[in-house]
Structure formats: structure tokens, C-alpha cells
Design a protein around this ligand. Structure first.
Ligand code: GLY
Ligand code: MN
Ligand code: MN
Length: 296
């Protein structure tokens, strides 16, 4: 019997052209487009052991690249030089390509989300946000570290760094498989009690102040995280609680242009067969003292 359904993303106009062409080729005028995402997304959200192995390899190579970058940060060095060095390390470690354009944002650029022109020269006294990771056998990783360009955080930079790290850890500690969701910036009201984003937001909003004595929550400009897999931003159902086999990022950030300080700390995690949250990013400094030591 002639096929009657073609599974595709029905909101894409190119999909309709493909359905029409396929129908005409098969001589089947009744062929219709059906939405593939409700079938595919639940499958992509749960990674097999073999997929976790590749995601771990991507994580190990990405951490090695971040470490190489960390060591090369000095005043007077171009952001792009660090990006190039990390790209070389990724490829040397067996990755095919970066999982996104590397971000090396120093000074005011550390406060610009998605900055990737990497064209400035790093200056002593500023911080640099490095968001860089790679794909291993097509599976992505996602890591961000923030470092002081002179090798030592100022007291204010360290204070803000500790707040972002505290928020990161509070979110990880609040994880319960089958209960917590990731959440997003539009779900931060008092009624929200089941998202990791809200945990991190509340932490940031109740620690420290800006230069005007205001809470810092408003400087956490993006959601806490996203699923990771074949794509660095893997598709997922935001309504579903996080559960076994899921792989996602935790990446709180504070971006204060007025102080020329942007800080983000991002690791990629998975939920193991026991429902425990496991950090795939090991062997990469995150404590402020360890970051300073890692730069030497
Ligand atoms: N590197 C992209 C992201 O953190 O979402
Ligand atoms: Mn991310
Ligand atoms: Mn990232």
C-alpha cells in the first residue's frame, strides 16, 4: 500500500516541499506531513551508555583545551590567540570540531552574551570569560570558566565569582531526579518551586549587591542551562522533570557592564542509572584559588 505519512518538522516550509515532491514521486497524492518532534525528542533526551561514553570523551578533551587556554592568559595577549590555542588543543585531543564558536571575552566583553569576535587584547585587572568546548564523534560538550587576566582576582571579582560558584553548587545540590526541571528566566516568580534555574536565581539575588545597593538577580541574564547531546543545545521538553540518562549544563552567570565584570561558570552534567547527578567536567579548576593556581 502507498505510504500515507512522512515524519518531519511540519512548521518548516522546506518540509512541505519535500512532502509534495515525495508524494509526486511515489504517485501518492494522499501523502501527509506528520510532526516528528514528539516522537524524537523524548528519545534524544535519554542518552544510552554508549552516548554517555562519547559525551565524556568530548568533556575530557574540552577540559584539556580549557586548561591550555587558562595557562596562556596574560595581559597583552589577544583573545583570539587563546581561542586558537584552545581550538588546536581540541583537535589534537581527537575532537572533530568545536561544538560552537569559542567565546573569549575580556573586560567589557565578558558582559556581552554570545560575544565571539574575540578581537580585543586582554588587559591586566580585567576578567576573561572563556566558553569553549568541542565535539567528539559528533557528541558535544559545553564548558565556561572565568579567570583574572593578571592571575589574581581583585576582592570584588572574587566576591562575585564566589556568588556565581555558590549558585552553581546550590543548583547542583538541589537536583532530584524525576522532580526538578531546568526552568528559565520567565519562571522566576514565587510560585516556581521545582526548577534549578530558580534555585540559582534565588541564591544570586540574596548574596551580594551591585554598586547601588541593589540585589544581583537582575544581572543573571539567561537561563541556568540546556540539554546537551548531538547538538550543544539539544532539543528537550522543558515541562518534563530531569531524569536518568539526561545530559545538561548548569551555567549561572552575572554580567555587570557598569563594573566591567562578567562571570559564568558552566559544567556539563549527566544523571546516572541511580538518579545521581554526575559532573562530566573533571580535572579542571573551578575554586577561585585553584583557578589562579591553574593559570601559573
Ligand atoms: N556555549 C553555548 C552555551 O553555553 O549555551
Ligand atoms: Mn551552555
Ligand atoms: Mn557554553
Amino acid at each position: 500500500p502507498p505510504a500515507s505519512s512522512l515524519f518531519t518538522q511540519t512548521d518548516m516550509s522546506s518540509a512541505h516541499a519535500a512532502v509534495e515532491f515525495t508524494g509526486a514521486t511515489l504517485g501518492n497524492s494522499g501523502l501527509s506531513a506528520k510532526e516528528v518532534r514528539p516522537l524524537l525528542i523524548p528519545q534524544r533526551m535519554v542518552k544510552s551508555d554508549a552516548e554517555i561514553d562519547l559525551l565524556r570523551k568530548a568533556a575530557v578533551a574540552s577540559a584539556a583545551a580549557q586548561k591550555a587556554g587558562m595557562k596562556a592568559i596574560k595581559p597583552g595577549v589577544r583573545e583570539r590567540t587563546i581561542a586558537g590555542l584552545e581550538l588546536a588543543k581540541m583537535l589534537e585531543s581527537g575532537c572533530e570540531r568545536p561544538s560552537y564558536a569559542p567565546i573569549v571575552g575580556s573586560g567589557i566583553n565578558s558582559t556581552t552574551l554570545h560575544y565571539s569576535s574575540n578581537e580585543a587584547t586582554m588587559e591586566k585587572g580585567d576578567v576573561v570569560v572563556i566558553d569553549a568546548a568541542c565535539e567528539y564523534s559528533m557528541y558535544a560538550s559545553d564548558i565556561t570558566r572565568t579567570m583574572p587576566i593578571g592571575g589574581k582576582f581583585t576582592p570584588r571579582q572574587r566576591e562575585l565569582y564566589e556568588i556565581v560558584l555558590g549558585a552553581h553548587r546550590a543548583a547542583a545540590a538541589a537536583f532530584i531526579a524525576g522532580k526538578m526541571r531546568l526552568g528559565n528566566v520567565n519562571q522566576r516568580g514565587p510560585e516556581v518551586t521545582d526548577t534549578l534555574d530558580k534555585i540559582a536565581y534565588d541564591y544570586i539575588n540574596t548574596h551580594g549587591k551591585d554598586l547601588h545597593g541593589e540585589p544581583l538577580g537582575k544581572y543573571f541574564l539567561h537561563g541556568l542551562g540546556h540539554h546537551v547531546g548531538i547538538n550543544v543545545h539539544d532539543p528537550y521538553d522543558p515541562a518534563k522533570p530531569l531524569d536518568k540518562g539526561n545530559v545538561f549544563t548548569i551555567e549561572p552567570g552575572i554580567y555587570i557592564p557598569e563594573e566591567k565584570i562578567g562571570i559564568r561558570i558552566e559544567d556539563t552534567y549527566y544523571v546516572d542509572a541511580d538518579g545521581k547527578l554526575v559532573n562530566l567536567i573533571t580535572n579542571l579548576p573551578v575554586e577561585p584559588n585553584s583557578v589562579e593556581a591553574g593559570m601559573r
